[in-house]
Design a binder for this molecule. Structure first.
Ligand SMILES: NC(=O)c1ccc[n+]([C@@H]2O[C@H](COP(=O)([O-])OP(=O)(O)OC[C@H]3O[C@@H](n4cnc5c(N)ncnc54)[C@H](OP(=O)(O)O)[C@@H]3O)[C@@H](O)[C@H]2O)c1
Length: 147
């Protein structure tokens, strides 16, 4: 029997992240979700296992814009999951008004810095996989001129 692969997905309780988690769970992946709302993340993990008995699913709670929280759960995931086969950096949001952390736009923390830190912390586990992949969900909005 081949070993199950393990995927880590951020923002897995809704939208593209949830659909990806459901699809990979149905293919037999163990799924680690990173969600900012503990109750939504835990409920997603429970639903994934219910729909796919035999897989493991577990949620770690962190807001990607909170680098301290990302550091904490990144270390926890890395120490629990020695081998990670897929990291899907998916979480993101489109605020109705620009939000800031200090002088910096919050989206920079959520979409980039939080995911960069998480990726860095999970690199050792990804390197132990025979065919690791890091997937970053982006947006076509990057092609729109700002000014
Ligand atoms: N759908 C599109 O047409 C489209 C187009 C371009 C790019 N994208 C990109 O695709 C990705 C997924 O989008 P989607 O359409 O599936 O969006 P969605 O349905 O709104 O889901 C976004 C997910 O990200 C989570 N999230 C948002 N901010 C977070 C934070 N600070 N920390 C942790 N989790 C956070 C949300 O958690 P909560 O449920 O707690 O809010 C949710 O689970 C995003 O990166 C988005 O920028 C989507």
């Amino acid at each position: 029997m081949t070993e199950r692969k393990t995927v880590v997905i951020t923002g897995a309780n809704a939208g593209i992240g949830l659909a990806t988690a459901q699809s990979l769970a149905a293919k037999g992946y163990n799924v680690v979700t990173v969600c900012r709302d503990k109750s939504k993340g835990d409920a997603t993990a429970v639903e994934l296992i219910k729909a796919n008995p035999g897989i493991q699913a577990e949620n770690f709670t962190a807001d990607l814009s909170d680098l301290g929280a990302v550091q904490k759960i990144g270390n926890a995931i890395a120490s629990k999951y020695g081998v990670i086969d897929r990291l899907i950096n998916n979480a993101g949001y489109y605020p109705s008004a620009i939000e800031y952390i200090g002088d910096t736009e919050k989206t920079l923390f959520t979409s980039h810095l939080g995911h960069m830190l998480l990726t860095q912390l999970l690199i050792p586990s990804l390197q132990r996989s025979v065919e690791a992949r890091i997937i970053t969900v982006s947006s076509a909005l990057q092609h729109r001129p700002l000014f």
